[in-house]
Design a binder for this molecule. Structure first.
Ligand code: HDD
Length: 695
């Protein structure tokens, strides 16, 4: 027998690489894609133990070939995303306005699949760049799938879909260089922005703290475009859709977001997955703003212009239901990657508006799936199927046809049923989707409506509605981004446009860049001062609880277990979760000798990953950690990112080394662990001027 040859009855792999295998049964045995049982999944078929691999090895070829084709083109936008299954429950009927069952059957639960995403980065990019977040919901209704494909920002950069490829080309990595990845802070994006003043309102949102969310569970969602609801009498009501997170809208600090990108590139994905896995199901309220055509006509801007919002103060949001995400996908590729959202997926009782951005979207999404998923039959992929109702039509064949339609009825009309054959599905004039008979008028033109011409009033409204803290963040974000722009004329043009938004903002940005403020650009239509809209803020609206938030307790050998227990009990009692961080993953030996297991090692668990920190150290433990840069950074960053820092008195030298000064968010835990909860529930905004120079 040749050297290394496998004797009959021997393990399937030689001693050198023996593997641990459990025995297979007929149910669990490994097969090829065509069902042939496989006897050896460790070795390819060779001409002798050390010879060339044989072309005959169909098992090897099938496995490698399948692997070679595992990737599909990533989405051109929103490539990086995370998703979950859940349900929608209607709590208030809109039967007066629509025939859509999902909006009229109170108490009914409708299955759904929701995918959140960043826009600019590739599928393998990080979760926390400054960016808009996609918020796409596929409702599997009994009248077909309804996809509400929105964002976490209620307005858009451009007014007409014809500019979408230009916008996206400008924000993605630069064409010659292939960088920057997942970042708007570069020449081409700001060049486009400067030349497209209509983008200025959304720029305000993207540069605000909404562009760096704390969690996907803590973001608002918006349908952005205006739609119509159609009632039984065929009357139309204009509608805007809103999602409001039960956990409140919360954000990170910019420096924190940057550091999270290194510490945990999957920060948001992990957070969503773990919350659902632990039964802590994220929930959103679903609401609508409704307007008659006359009300819309009376607004100081055009309801068809996606760069504008309707302030909640003028038209309150009517909450009509809730969404709960309660199940993680079983397979990332099959579900999160292959899900195809289509604004054209609409149900009877809901209709489009003439918004020129939406109109372009009605073409783009269906089309992009053909290149991404490769076939007109992508609706047959399980995650895309209409699960709430049967689907039947005469569309046939095509790549990857999965269905086996019976009979010969593949055309309509037909009279095959008169001969006893199945004649196939028939149209439903009453219950089927009907387009609202909205009058269409005027000549064909390539024009932007005059009513779309005011580009600055709502940008100003947004900026002036923010708290001082948020205004400072927003100004600093623009300074950061423009500081990465290398073309002087691009910076100058943006500054000139910013003057039309708000002169103080423009001046702050110019000062932050240390550049002179240029003359204001011609705004076209002079901006007007609208009443401030406090609903556009997020600071001051953190829910008064730790629900959904994570507190790290840093321990080392000698830490006081009683303090750890007290903090844990207080945090968990307030709805938060606790994560034990120790210098070594094996945990620490507490005062008295008891062992405490660690959830994470210090170097891999920096404080940027948590909402508040408790530093529970003994004198000896603290002395050791003074020599550990990761421990000093842990404390310093928590303080710098405006988090509550609880500590034992023995940890004071570490706090001193980290430059932590006493304030309302720095709490001595030996006195009262409960006192830690109050600052832990929010950020210490008053501390910010002491730790950061803001514009
Ligand atoms: Fe879009 C994906 C949201 C304008 C063309 N878009 C996509 C996704 C979201 C949005 C959330 C990801 C869906 C998923 O998770 O798979 N897009 C928006 C919003 C817009 C918007 C809120 C403005 C109101 N989009 C827009 C325009 C066009 C597109 C004007 C083209 C004319 N969008 C696409 C696309 C994508 C897409 C290229 C890429 C992947 C996909 O569709 O399925 O068709």
């Amino acid at each position: 027998m040749a050297k290394n040859a496998k004797p009959a009855g021997a393990p399937i792999i030689g001693k050198a690489g023996e593997v641990h295998q459990t025995a297979s049964t007929p149910e669990t045995r490994l097969t090829t894609n065509h069902g042939t049982p496989i006897s050896d999944n460790q070795n390819s078929l060779k001409a002798g133990p050390r010879g060339s691999t044989l072309l005959e090895d169909f098992i090897l070829r099938e496995k490698i070939q399948h692997f070679d084709h595992e990737r599909i083109p990533e989405r051109i936008v929103h490539a990086r995303g995370s998703a979950a299954h859940g349900f929608f429950e209607l709590t208030d009927s809109l039967s007066e306005f629509t025939t859509a069952k999902i909006l009229t059957e109170v108490g009914k639960k409708t299955e759904l699949f929701t995918r959140f995403s960043t826009v600019a980065g590739g599928a393998g990019s990080v979760d926390t760049p400054r960016d808009v977040r996609g918020f796409a919901v596929k409702f599997y209704t009994t009248q077909g799938n309804w996809d509400l494909v929105g964002n976490n920002i209620p307005v858009f950069f451009i007014q007409d879909a014809i500019k979408f490829p230009d916008l996206i080309h400008s924000v993605k990595m630069e064409a010659d260089k292939g960088y920057p990845q997942a970042a708007s802070a570069h020449d081409t994006f700001w060049d486009f922005i400067g030349l497209m003043p209509e983008s200025m309102h959304m720029v305000m949102w993207a540069m605000s703290d909404r562009g760096i969310p704390r969690s996907l569970r803590m973001m608002e969602g918006f349908g952005v475009n205006t739609f119509r609801l159609i009632n039984a009498e065929g009357q139309a009501t204009l509608v805007k859709f809103h999602w409001r997170p039960k956990l409140g809208t919360q954000s990170t600090c910019w420096d924190e977001a940057v550091k999270i990108a290194g510490a945990d590139p999957d920060y948001h994905r992990r957070d969503l997955y773990e919350a659902i896995d632990q039964g802590d199901f994220p929930e959103w309220e679903f609401g609508v703003q409704l307007f008659t055509q006359d009300q819309a006509d009376a607004l100081p801007f055009d309801i068809l212009d996606a760069t504008k919002l309707v302030p909640e103060e003028d038209y309150p949001i009517r909450v009509i239901g809730r969404m709960v995400l309660d199940r993680n996908p079983d397979n990332f590729f099959a579900e999160t990657e292959q899900v195809a959202f289509l604004p054209t997926n609409i149900v009877p009782g809901i209709d489009f508006s003439e918004d020129p951005l939406l109109q372009g979207r009605l073409f783009s999404y269906q089309d992009t799936q053909l290149s991404r998923l490769g076939t007109v039959n992508f609706h047959q992929i399980p995650i895309n199927q209409a699960k709430g109702c049967p689907f039947r039509n005469f569309q046939r064949d095509g790549h990857m046809q999965m269905a086996v339609p019976k009979g010969r009825a593949n055309y309509e009309p037909n009279s095959l049923s008169e001969a006893g054959e199945d004649g196939g599905p028939r149209e439903d004039p009453k219950g089927g989707f009907r387009t609202a008979p909205i009058p269409v008028e005027r000549e064909k033109v390539r024009l932007r409506a005059e009513s779309f011409a005011d580009h600055y009033s709502q940008a100003r409204l947004f900026f002036r509605s923010q708290t001082e803290i948020e205004q400072a963040h927003l100004a600093s974000a623009i300074v950061f981004e423009l500081s990465k722009v290398s073309l002087a004329h691009v910076r100058e043009r943006v500054l000139a446009n910013l003057q039309n938004v708000d002169e103080t903002l423009a001046q702050r940005v110019a000062d932050g860049l240390n550049l002179p403020l240029p003359k204001a650009s011609d705004p076209g239509v002079a901006p007007i001062d609208l009443d401030a809209s406090p609903s556009l803020r997020i600071v001051g609206k953190y829910p008064d609880t730790l629900k959904g938030r994570k507190v790290a307790i840093l321990v080392a050998d000698g830490s006081d277990g009683a303090v750890v227990d007290a903090v844990k009990a207080a945090v968990e009692g307030d709805g938060g979760s606790v994560f034990i961080v120790a210098p070594k993953i094996g945990g620490a030996k507490l005062k008295g000798g008891k062992a405490l297991a660690a959830d994470g090692q210090l170097a891999g668990s920096p404080s940027v990953l948590f909402d508040a920190v408790a530093i529970v150290l003994s004198d000896d433990g603290c002395a050791q950690l003074l020599k550990e840069g990761a421990a000093v950074d842990f404390a310093k960053d928590a303080f710098g990112h405006l988090k509550a820092v609880g500590h034992t008195p023995e940890a004071q030298p570490l706090l001193d080394k980290a430059g932590i000064e006493p304030d309302a968010g720095v709490i001595d835990l030996s006195k009262n662990a409960e006192a830690f909860l109050v600052p832990a529930r929010t950020r210490q905004w008053d501390r910010e001027p002491k730790v950061r120079m803001l514009a």
